[in-house]
Design a protein around this ligand. Structure first.
Ligand code: PAN
Ligand code: ZN
Length: 190
């Protein structure tokens, strides 16, 4: 590789760990209930803001690392906690690291053959998402869940595969002893 063609100038950002904003500012991508009508076990709608993603752009090559903050607001729709859409990476083998900054959440991970792993997210948690695992984060607390994600920049996001199988194998609902993972009635193994 000719480094002269690919040499980037180093740069730095500061993260506000309570609300996920970046300095210098990056415009957020916003997802509202209306953008995720079919993501939940029961169809939902409304203009409530569910989450915001602020991305630090780099060239989307496999020699760069893309990173972003996600601010996932607290709330529930039909008993299900607010969550991200969730995706496999378009390039299935691309891994990702999530670093929890504030709030309380769960990270749902599911393989293409339907295996499920649920991990906790909070300030200081580090979750490793290996290639081949779809991932969705869920806010189970009363404050915004804020985390920083870093992944190989050519990964891409495949949302359709998750939609086609009716979501993840489990959903996170409020149980008697707090948040619990229960089977997703809409899930159909691909
Ligand atoms: C994250 C997610 C972010 C939003 O940066 O993209 O939390 O979730 P959705 O992309 O599922 O809407 C990530 O996993 N990037 O690959
Ligand atoms: Zn991802």
């Amino acid at each position: 590789m000719n480094m002269k063609d690919t040499l980037l100038v180093p740069f730095s950002f500061a993260i506000d760990t309570v609300n996920g904003t970046l300095t210098p500012e990056r415009p957020p991508v916003q997802r509202r209930l209306d953008d995720m009508k079919t993501a939940y076990a029961q169809e939902t709608s409304g203009d409530d803001l569910v989450y915001e993603v602020r991305q630090i752009d780099v060239p989307t090559t496999n020699s760069n690392l893309l990173s972003s903050t996600t601010t996932l607001y607290p709330g529930k729709t039909n008993g299900e906690y607010y969550m991200t859409k969730g995706h496999f990476h378009q390039k299935r083998d691309r891994a990702e690291v999530y670093v929890g900054l504030s709030g309380e959440g769960r990270l749902l991970m599911a393989s293409e053959s339907g295996e499920v792993v649920v991990e906790e997210m909070r300030a200081g948690s580090v979750n490793y998402v290996p290639g081949g695992w779809a991932h969705r984060s869920v806010n189970v607390g009363e404050e915004p869940l804020v985390f920083y994600a870093v992944y190989i920049a050519d990964a891409g996001q495949d949302y359709l595969a998750i939609e086609h199988q009716g979501g993840f194998p489990v959903i996170i609902v409020e149980g008697e002893n707090g948040p619990e993972a229960v089977p997703n009635p809409r899930f159909q193994q691909a």
